[in-house]
Design a protein around this ligand. Structure first.
Ligand code: HPA
Length: 232
């Protein structure tokens, strides 16, 4: 067991899906996995391992924001030997063409977080997705006619911005949407030589001010999980 994860060695698969919400982890495990076993309840941050399409896979809640999610990702990599980390989460659209329920693959993640700014002595590091996972996800979406968009996203440190117009600068540089974890995940994965990808469903739009209905959230989430499982 590690500090925040109660699983014994070998109880977590090499590929882990990472929703922020632990109850989403439970829902994914119960909806998509055969024989799911809950290996973690510490802090209510549920984690499960089960079988999908004959392959072992785990789902671990990671909390909101880079600091929380990196605690879980660090322990998954260093204590449990996890090799593929796939974030499945929601994001707010920055572009009018990127609509509610659209699925965005984060090729790269810009950030307002200072994690890399201090690490790289005020130079800028470019956190990028694993090419291998990215290509597998694209291929799966293509084969199953699930429309996707891909590009740069913003991993923000704040959900409630002081200035509601501040997104426009990122939007002008073709950042597609905002979430709160991918830049940290990609940097950590690079450090440890493992693979990471963030697959996002648009749950709200900063351009239109609209949000997804509960049904839209659920369907969007299912498609995103199917793409994530398609990389197995
Ligand atoms: N900001 C940050 N993260 C998000 C948002 C948002 O507007 N929507 C969904 N995740």
């Amino acid at each position: 067991m590690s500090l925040h994860i109660a699983a014994k060695k070998g109880e977590i698969a090499e590929t882990v899906l990472l929703p922020g919400d632990p109850l989403r982890a439970k829902w994914i495990a119960e909806t998509f996995l055969e024989d799911p076993i809950c290996y973690n309840e510490i802090r209510g941050m549920l984690g499960y391992t089960g079988i999908y399409g004959g392959k072992r896979v785990s789902v671990q809640g990671s909390g909101m924001g880079i600091p929380s999610s990196l605690i879980y990702c660090h322990e998954l990599i260093t204590a449990y030997g996890v090799k593929n980390l796939i974030r499945v989460g929601t994001a707010g659209s920055y572009q009018k063409e990127v609509k509610i329920r659209d699925i965005v693959l984060a090729m790269a993640a810009s950030t307002t977080s200072s994690i890399n700014h201090s690490k790289f002595k005020h130079a800028n590091y470019a956190p990028t997705a694993s090419f291998e996972l990215f290509m597998k996800a694209v291929q799966y979406a293509k084969d199953h006619q699930i429309p996707i968009t891909a590009g740069n996203v913003l991993s923000s440190d704040v959900f409630y911005a002081d200035d509601p117009e501040s997104y426009k600068l990122w939007a002008a540089y073709n950042v597609l949407c905002v979430e709160m974890e991918a830049a940290g995940l990609y940097t950590l994965a690079a450090k440890h030589g493992v693979r990471a990808l963030a697959i996002l469903t648009i749950s709200d739009s900063l351009v239109t001010g609209k949000g997804a209905s509960p049904e839209e959230r659920e369907t969007g989430f299912s498609e995103m999980v199917r793409i994530a499982m398609g990389t197995l």
